[in-house]
Ligand binder design. Structure first.
Ligand SMILES: Cc1cc2nc3c(=O)[nH]c(=O)nc-3n(C[C@H](O)[C@H](O)[C@H](O)COP(=O)(O)OP(=O)(O)OC[C@H]3O[C@@H](n4cnc5c(N)ncnc54)[C@H](O)[C@@H]3O)c2cc1C
Length: 182
């Protein structure tokens, strides 16, 4: 009786090992390549996916191959390496306010690196500079900068991301008396 119990336990473990290996074999090249990502990776078959690709322009939408919520710079590097290796298109999303949906790549099947979690803000009051993580939105930036006695003139919408804004946004020039570098 005891030996039967032991045998059952051994069989159970063997079954688990087999199952884990089957899952590994079935993983797509994309999921295996992204397996070392520390942040969350969300694929189209996840039920939360549709809500994560909705943003300001509801008339146009695209389906990315994956949403990668980078936790740090290493995650961004890993994503770029995977995109290069798998010959996939990749794009960055900061606040998701591109009317043309360039934050989703502007077409289907693009790997999207969402920068929401890269959101540190460091202010050097003496040098009048700020280091702002690309996942920050204007509202939070206004708030943090104003506490230190600074501002950037960037418009009225608090949910615009600094990523797209710093690349051009709506072409508002920084005032001379705000930050000298950003
Ligand atoms: C409702 C609404 C209100 C707006 N209000 C204002 C306003 O008050 N003031 C103003 O100046 N502009 C405003 N805009 C325009 C806005 O500045 C631009 O649309 C800007 O590009 C949005 O940036 P985002 O990061 O939010 O968008 P995203 O869609 O995330 O990014 C826009 C583009 O920048 C690229 N990108 C983002 N982050 C990075 C990064 N870190 N590295 C490389 N590429 C990156 C994306 O790939 C994409 O091509 C508004 C737009 C909308 C839709």
């Amino acid at each position: 009786m005891k030996s039967m119990k032991k045998l059952n336990i051994i069989l159970f473990f063997l079954w688990c090992i087999l199952l884990i290996n089957l899952v590994k074999v079935n993983a797509s090249p994309l999921t295996s390549c992204l397996s070392s990502i520390k942040g969350q990776t969300v694929y189209p078959n996840n039920k939360t996916f549709p809500s994560l690709i909705l943003d300001e322009n509801l008339y146009v939408n695209y389906t990315p191959s994956v949403l990668i919520y980078a936790a740090n710079n290493q995650d961004v590097q890993t994503s770029i390496n995977c995109a290069t290796k798998l010959k996939m298109d990749i794009t960055a999303r900061s606040g998701g306010h591109s009317y043309e949906k360039y934050g989703l790549g502007g077409r289907n099947n693009v790997m999207v690196v969402d920068l929401t979690n890269i959101n540190e803000i460091t202010i050097d009051s003496k040098a009048k500079t700020a280091k702002i993580g690309a996942g920050n939105r204007l509202g939070v930036i206004y708030d943090k900068l104003s506490q230190a006695g600074f501002l950037i003139p960037a418009g009225t919408c608090p949910s615009v991301g600094i990523g797209g804004h710093a690349l051009g946004g709506v072409n508002i020039k920084l005032l001379n008396h705000s930050f000298s570098n950003i």
